[in-house]
Design a protein around this ligand. Sequence first.
Ligand code: KMH
Ligand code: ZN
Length: 310
Amino acid sequence: MAGKQKVIITCAVTGAIHTPTMSEHLPITQDDIAHQATAAAEAGAAILHLHTRDPEDFRPSVEPEHYSAILARVKQATNAVVNITTGGAPTMQIKERLKAAEHFSPEMCSLNMGSMNFAFHPLAARYESFRYDWEKAYIEGSEANIFRNTFADIKEAAERLAPHNVKFEHEIYDVGHLYNLKYCMDIGLFKPPIFLQFVMGVLGGIGADVENLVFMKRTADKLFGDGYRWSVLAAGAAQMPMATTASQMGGNVRVGLEDSLFIKRGELATSNAQQVEKIRRIVEDLGSAIATPDEAREMLDLKGGDCVGF
Ligand code: KMH
Ligand code: ZN
């Protein structure tokens, strides 16, 4: 195994795309989010990508008060790197989406690298009824919604978070987003080493297949040379196959119920940890080792778990 790059597992615990009706295993209370995040770290996730939800009706939230208890528990129970979303939900604008990251100053934050019609409306037809009033309109509304991430928005995120020395997980939903990022680097917003998350299989973005991954990776090589690290997340059924492929191409992997509710075709995952255990088993069976949180900190040049604001 000498010389082989260790694989960083990120777990995205709840997100803002899946809604409570879709799976009873999706963590929606602060207690459940903290519990599942901790278990995912124990199973081998070095990075926890966190969203939160409103305790009233479990719709996506970016309010710092809805994060506090989760972050305190995760910090107390694990050494995992905390990555707070700045994507929030596709219906939210950048100003509010940055609040939690500014408030808690985590080691990492996501940063979405382009505007798109992030669509998941086809999911609505799968359910006859919904547990909460907001769910149906929220899901169906994605058909006509622009997830806004303009150059001005990206600049605002970079500038507001610069004093916090946060490392971004740059969410790359299509090849053009790599060129957006290159432009942002050219004007001095981000410095290498950058961390790319290739997001595959979201309707509105690039499809999840190996040729597309090779194309994205080649484009990143051309634009960023050896100044970047990368990972793959694929939505739904493509999650494990694309993560496995990435791990064999020198990349890192992201799993979690934010990205897929399933553990295999037709079977809901019972927890985030179950998905982490599965990809860990695959990665290790194929002869690679997974990175600990401290190894991930070194690989990604992070500021350290003692420099956060929670
Ligand atoms: N829901 C994922 C496909 C973010 O939080 O910034 C993308 C994501 C966005 O994780
Ligand atoms: Zn997210």
